[in-house]
Design a protein around this ligand. Sequence first.
Ligand code: SAM
Length: 391
Amino acid sequence: MSHLEITESPELKAEIVRQIAQQGAISFARYMELCLYHQQYGYYTSTRNRIGKQGDFFTSSSVHSLFGRLIARQIGQLWQLMGEGPFTLVEQGAGEGYLCLDLLDALAEEFPELYAQLDYRIIEVSSDHRGKQRQRLAVHVAAGRVSWWTFSDLEPFAGCFLSNELVDAFPVHLVEKKNNELQEVMVTCTGADFAEELGPLTDQRLNDYFELSQQPLVEGNRAEVNLAALDWIRQVGRLLQRGAVLTIDYGYPAAELLAPWRRAGTLLCYHRHQSSDNPYQHIGCQDITAHINFSLLEMIGGEQGLETLYFGEQYRFLMGLGFLEELIRLQALETDPQKAQALRMTLKNLIMPEGGMGESFKVLLQGKGLGSPDLLCARPIREIGLPPGAF
Ligand SMILES: C[S@@+](CC[C@H](N)C(=O)[O-])C[C@H]1O[C@@H](n2cnc3c(N)ncnc32)[C@H](O)[C@@H]1O
């Protein structure tokens, strides 16, 4: 780390302290919203390297272009299932544009007819990221394929709504069960530092959340409640006329996310590739995330006509789409054994459960008006035919 590196935003800290002095303790969700999305000083809104080696964390799309290439195959199949007409692909939270670039490159090569009819719409809250996306995607912008939208301007569409690591970045409420009662974690100040205190719930929906999840919180336990995710899937479900919602993120079904043994929830912060559970340090200079409740995305999506067509670990999803075959192909193209080894190590990150993105990352594919198709991503691992001596 360079000694000149800024590891905290004093302006943002002062602004949060000012708001607490004015209104009293604020909910953790409000605190997280300010830390990540304050218009001027928020982690995602300020100018900073966030994703990749020079940043705070890797995302699958920043690891290797194969991630986007494989997803392109699934998008291509969805387009075929929908009759091969004009197709809108909305990506929300596109980061630095890696996934969009890899998808568009792959679609242009493997599905040129789809590419020619594709309307790729990016919804991105960070102006810093929008700038990076415009640069990275210049070729596809010039080809008239990409445009930028706000969520509220989006009109009902047919196609696919895609996100990778978006929902885990929505501000969450923190709730604890104390004396047999649900209480909310509020953020206040003690001297120059932030501190937590428990108070009554600021939103009745926090109570409903545990009932909906059919998983009561156990005495003494803490959990995050991502109300924004529930509103989001409801709105996405309403906007999608026909097609699919493809959500990739870390998370679990409700029973696993809110299991009694998970005493302190799943809140995690990332700063310069170090993770911690302390959201009160590196203010404005660290990402704050919480695992998502996939059962509720399925349930609330269901109310809007979204049917679950696929739910599984990222490694299974990628294997179904041809990860191993592609790994073998790419390795064979590499004549330098050291580079072949480096490629294997890089790609392993996408599927490894321990310390990689293979298992804690899940993929949910919800469809509307598609029936029950045999999706490429659902190809069972036993059907993968590898050449003898492939490894
Ligand atoms: C962890 S990054 C993931 C980036 C990217 N999908 C990738 O795979 O590299 C989260 C992204 O979501 C954006 N974001 C967060 N909340 C958003 C919202 N409500 N609407 C649009 N973009 C949002 C952030 O600015 C950032 O670009």
